[in-house]
Design a protein around this ligand. Structure first.
Ligand code: DAT
Ligand code: MG
Length: 151
């Protein structure tokens, strides 16, 4: 459905390295619709919910301090198959396993500095959008290019 949504966040290293315009361009150029965007500082409670399945992992403390080390650009994108396609645009979790042409493949080296987050399923997207955004921050509008992107 064209109404599918995903949560994409530029992590603190991506923000500090000035990669925000490049990353937004990749989603816009593909044809996805930006529904919400804000620069924000995460906090530990939010991150413990966001990464609930990882809190017991040995790398969790360093993941936590990484994600708290600066502002995060939180975004929501909408469009056909956007959750799965968003993950394709990101590349693999380990940037060294990410193909050139993907965001992590082009701009990152270390797993602990992989510059971007993307929801891994429609269910986690719904959960993450609800965690990072209030309902009224999701903007309802009709992009003028829709009929040039969808048949
Ligand atoms: P992804 O971000 O690709 O969805 P994930 O949800 O499994 O990957 O893990 C969240 C983040 O945690 C990931 O972007 C980087 C870090 N991470 C995952 N596995 C790791 C590992 N084995 N060692 C170090 N950091 C790891
Ligand atoms: Mg994940």
């Amino acid at each position: 459905s064209q109404n599918e949504r995903t949560f994409i966040a530029v992590k603190p290293d991506g923000v500090q390295r000035g990669l925000v315009p490049e990353i937004l361009s990749r989603f816009w150029n593909k044809g996805y619709k930006l529904v919400a965007i804000k620069l924000t500082l995460a906090n530990e409670d939010l991150l413990r919910e966001h990464y609930a399945d990882l809190t017991s992992k040995p790398f969790f403390p360093s993941l936590l301090s990484y994600m708290l080390s600066g502002p995060v650009l939180a975004t929501v994108w909408e469009g056909k198959d956007v959750v799965k396609q968003g993950r394709v645009l990101l590349g693999a979790t380990n940037p060294l396993a990410s193909a050139p042409g993907t965001i992590r493949g082009d701009f990152a080296v270390d797993m602990g500095r992989n510059i971007i987050h993307g929801s891994d399923s429609v269910e986690s997207a719904e959960k993450e959008i609800g965690l990072w955004f209030k309902k009224e921050e999701l903007v309802d509008y009709k992009p003028t290019l829709t009929s040039w992107i969808y048949e």
